[in-house]
Design a protein around this ligand. Structure first.
Ligand code: DX5
Ligand code: ZN
Length: 218
C-alpha cells in the first residue's frame, strides 16, 4: 500500500501545527520527523520535545528518522514522546541487532536506514526482524537535495531480497522525491514515500499530494 510521509524538516516551524494539519487534511499517511544531532549528519534539528508537543494533535502516526550517533540512548525517550516507527541508521549502530530489539521492546515498529553508499548486505541477518527498511535517496542532512539515481537499482535489489524471503516489509525512500520522479521509485519497489520540500514548499499542498498519488505506480 502506498503511504505518503511528509517530512516536517521543510515545514514552517513558527506555525508547525498548522502545517501538520495541512498535510493531514491533504490525506498524508505518516508524519516523518527528522532528528539530526550535528555529529552523524552536519545539521541539527529537533528532539523529542517537538514530537511530544504534536502528540494527540494529529492522527498521523509518527515516523521518527534518527540521524544521530548512539541512538540507543534516545529510543526510550522518543517512544515516550509518541514515536510509532523508529528508524536508526546502520552506520550509527555498532550493535545493530541489539538496537532493533530495543526499539521493539519499547513497543515501536523497527526500521533500519541505509545511506546511499551503504550496501544492502548489512541487512542480511536482521531483515526478518524489521517492519520497514529506509533507503536514503540523498545523503542525509538537509532537505531539498537532488535525488540520486543510482539508488533505483538498490530499491529493486531490496524488493527482490524481501520477496525472495517471503517477507512483508515496507520499503521507504527519503530524499529528493517529487511528483515527477515518484513513479521511478514506486516502480522499483518502494511503497513508503518521504517528501519534504515537494509537499511543504508547494503552493497547493492538496494538489501536490493528489499528483504524487496519481503518478505513483502503486
Ligand atoms: C534528509 C531527510 C529527509 C528530508 C527530505 O536528511 O532525512 O527526510 O527532509 O527532504 P526532501 O524531500 O526535500 O529531499
Ligand atoms: Zn528523513
Amino acid at each position: 500500500m502506498l503511504k505518503l510521509a511528509p517530512s516536517i524538516l521543510s515545514a514552517d516551524f513558527s506555525k508547525l501545527l498548522e502545517d501538520v494539519r495541512k498535510v493531514e487534511e491533504a490525506g498524508c499517511d505518516l508524519l516523518h520527523i527528522d532528528v539530526m544531532d550535528g555529529h552523524f549528519v552536519p545539521n541539527i534539528t529537533i528532539g523529542p520535545l517537538i514530537a511530544q508537543s504534536l502528540k494527540g494533535k494529529t492522527n498521523m502516526p509518527f515516523d521518527v528518522h534518527l540521524m544521530i550517533e548512539n541512538p540507543d540512548q534516545y529510543i526510550p525517550e522518543f517512544v515516550k514522546a509518541g514515536a510509532d516507527i523508529i528508524s536508526v541508521h546502520s552506520e550509527a549502530c555498532t550493535h545493530l541487532h541489539r538496537t532493533i530489539q530495543l526499539i521493539k521492546q519499547h513497543g515501536a515498529k523497527a526500521c533500519v536506514a541505509l545511506n546511499p553508499a551503504t550496501p544492502l548486505s548489512v541487512l542480511e541477518y536482521v531483515l526478518e526482524d524489521l517492519d520497514m527498511v529506509l533507503l536514503m535517496t540523498v545523503n542525509p542532512g538537509f532537505g531539498g537535495q537532488k535525488f540520486i539515481e543510482a539508488t533505483l537499482q538498490k530499491i529493486e535489489a531490496l524488493k527482490k531480497m524481501i520477496d525472495d524471503r517471503g517477507l512483508s516489509i515496507d520499503i521507504q525512500v527519503d530524499g529528493g522525491i517529487k511528483p515527477d520522479n515518484i513513479d521511478l521509485v514506486t516502480k522499483a519497489g518502494a511503497n513508503v514515500i518521504v517528501a519534504g520540500s515537494a509537499i511543504f514548499n508547494s503552493d497547493d499542498i492538496p494538489k501536490t499530494v493528489e499528483l504524487m498519488r496519481k503518478n505513483a505506480t502503486i
